[in-house]
Design a protein around this ligand. Sequence first.
Ligand SMILES: C[S@@+](CC[C@H](N)C(=O)[O-])C[C@H]1O[C@@H](n2cnc3c(N)ncnc32)[C@H](O)[C@@H]1O
Length: 263
Amino acid sequence: MDDPAQVEAFWECGSASGVLAPTYLFNAVQTALVVRPGDKVLDLACGPANQLVQFARLHPEAEFLGIDHAATMVDRARDTVARSGVRNVSLQSGDMNSLAGLAEASVDCVTCTFSLHHLPDQGSLRQAFREAARVLKPGGGVYICDFGRLKRRASQAYFANERRELQTDLFTQDFLNSLKAAFSLADLTRAAALLGGGVGIHQTALAPFMVVVSRPTQDAAPAATVDRGVQMLSELSPMQQRDFMNLSRWFRIAGLPLPIDVD
Ligand SMILES: C[S@@+](CC[C@H](N)C(=O)[O-])C[C@H]1O[C@@H](n2cnc3c(N)ncnc32)[C@H](O)[C@@H]1O
């Protein structure tokens, strides 16, 4: 994903006013039990860093390293991070299939959002999980979120077009392509087993539109994290808040409640 127009369309939809903002906040809030103050967190395939900045805002006492293999994305990410004002993010070029620059057991947590479906096949998917397991400390935190393969084309078209009026056509097309490229729940479950014990796999109720692979490292979110999550939710528009709550409901029904009380 190196084409400047694609990068721009994706960045715009992930910005504060974009259609992805509620999903990014949902992912950030879900890391409340995964990331602890002082942790070193590796965000695989960080893209333009809109999601990464949300993680970093929620966890100002953790240090984040974002890697992406596309030079255009890393450039865009540097700009996003600089404008956001967060100070706990660094960025590097890197391939999630070969984390050569990172030592074994050198990070406390691994995050990865909406990027696995870019991997070409199951071998590459398994290699990414093997590399994540290698660089993670034993029992380290995990939060991975991606699309799951939907069986029906009509379902793919529904989700890609749900907020069409708020997206560019290029983003809608990329979204549809991503849904078509998604791995199945079974593929993701098999690959996630490479991370070792304590990993949960959750999908949105009824259909695996989104799948979350997570391993918490604490039983309760620190009070300051809860406060920041509530504050970040209040910054979304009413429509974005509704989308956030809908997504939260789909996952709650499927057994993954929000780790902080935002009602
Ligand atoms: C749809 S974007 C998601 C970015 C970000 N994680 C987010 O949620 O907004 C997918 C990203 O994966 C990156 N990517 C794909 N394959 C990769 C690989 N093997 N290693 C590193 N980055 C990769 C692409 O360059 C792109 O930036």
